[in-house]
Design a protein around this ligand. Structure first.
Ligand SMILES: Cc1cc2nc3c(=O)[nH]c(=O)nc-3n(C[C@H](O)[C@H](O)[C@H](O)COP(=O)(O)OP(=O)(O)OC[C@H]3O[C@@H](n4cnc5c(N)ncnc54)[C@H](O)[C@@H]3O)c2cc1C
Length: 337
């Protein structure tokens, strides 16, 4: 049971949501960020943490993972409450939002957040990693869906399952520091970019095609995996870390039931204040929609600032929408107030 009382709840810890967390802190608001994923960063962390991004203002180029790290660091002085690994399933109105009331966001696993305003930065929806069937009984014991910290893999035998860009990016990142890296893919063709595949082959990464991981062994943690392939039949190899890079499913699912207008079951229409049709519920980033919308990280940042500043004014109409300039008011962490 997690119960939180907050000024602003941000639903979605992608780049737009993380910047909204910073901005809410800057406006002196207590903020929580909920995400169904166990990692902040949204699409960046789930799909391209090792890729360079070239169109974020002020960064000629920045690695996805570093951009997410910087966004988390930027919000950190304001101590946002991160509710990760928690889907936001329900939204209810409590009293009159904007006049002492607000919203209750909850889920079936005991999350309950009371907020005066809500900012939905849900991107393309609630992400869930596609599970590796053979690893069903090994959750958290040597099997992961993200590479959080590449140093954790140093000196270990790693098996990566998948044939997309993430699988190859991680193989590339870990090759050299891991004792061995074996990439297992069930088809002969890969979804990853051909140049990425060539780089992995040239680097000497062991790539097993038309194969699948059929079993995991180990007492407390994974110690070995069974691989079945058309080429060599069944084989058991030592392995202490399995990375299931099988992709993610994304689903707007619960948000469709929140009583908010949703266009084509994908996008939330907003006005120029980034407010939805429900007063006190704002939206920024890929999930929102208005004429001329462009779905880019840089655009989501601006929308997050607009949404938070209008939410601040909604919560307390005596506060101006314009926040002033950060250069005039160095961030004062919430804890110091
Ligand atoms: C391979 C690839 C490369 C890209 N390259 C670029 C690029 O170079 N430049 C660029 O500008 N953009 C790029 N993009 C697009 C960019 O990643 C998105 O525009 C950006 O991530 C949108 O950010 P967001 O915060 O709006 O949403 P997202 O990043 O999608 O984050 C939304 C978060 O909300 C969470 N969520 C949703 N619903 C719920 C719920 N009900 N409960 C809890 N959590 C929920 C999700 O789990 C997710 O973590 C790329 C995208 C991809 C896939």
């Amino acid at each position: 049971m997690t119960s939180v009382e907050i000024d602003v709840l941000v639903v979605g810890a992608g780049p737009a949501g993380l910047f909204a967390a910073y901005y809410a802190g800057f406006r002196g608001l207590r903020v929580a960020v909920v995400d169904s994923l166990s990692e902040p960063g949204g699409q960046i962390s789930a799909m391209y943490p090792e890729k360079m991004i070239f169109d974020v203002a002020g960064f000629p180029s920045v690695k996805g993972r570093e951009l997410v790290g910087n966004l988390v660091a930027q919000a950190a002085p304001f101590d946002p409450v991160y509710l990760l690994g928690q889907p936001a399933q329900r939204l209810e109105t409590v009293g009159t939002p904007g006049a002492g009331g607000g919203f209750l966001v909850s889920n079936d696993t005991g999350l309950s957040v009371h907020a005066k305003a809500v900012i939905i930065t849900g991107g393309i929806g609630k992400f869930e990693p596609r599970p590796l069937a053979a690893a069903r009984d090994f959750g958290g014991r040597g099997i992961s869906y993200f590479v959080r910290d590449p140093t954790e893999y140093a000196g270990t035998d790693v098996v990566i399952v998948g044939g997309g860009d993430s699988a190859f990016d991680w193989a590339d990142t870990l090759h050299g520091s891991a004792r061995s890296v074996t990439l297992v893919h069930r088809r002969r063709a890969f979804r990853a970019h051909p140049a990425t595949v060539d780089r992995a082959r040239t680097a000497g990464i062991d790539i097993v095609v038309e194969a699948e991981v059929t079993g995991l062994h180990g007492v407390d943690r994974v110690e070995a995996v069974d691989i079945r392939s058309g080429e060599f039949g069944e084989r058991t190899i030592p392995c202490q870390k399995v990375i299931a890079a099988l992709g993610f499913t994304a689903n707007l699912g619960p948000l469709l039931e929140w009583g908010i207008d949703v266009k084509n079951r994908r996008h939330i229409p907003v006005d120029s204040a980034m407010q939805t049709n429900v007063a006190g519920v704002f939206s920024a980033g890929d999930i929102n929609d208005y004429p001329g919308k462009v779905r880019l990280i840089a655009v989501g940042f601006g929308e997050a600032a607009t949404a938070v500043n209008n939410a601040a004014h909604f919560i307390d109409p005596s506060r101006p929408v314009f926040p002033g300039h950060s250069t005039d008011a160095a961030p004062e962490p919430v804890a110091a107030r």
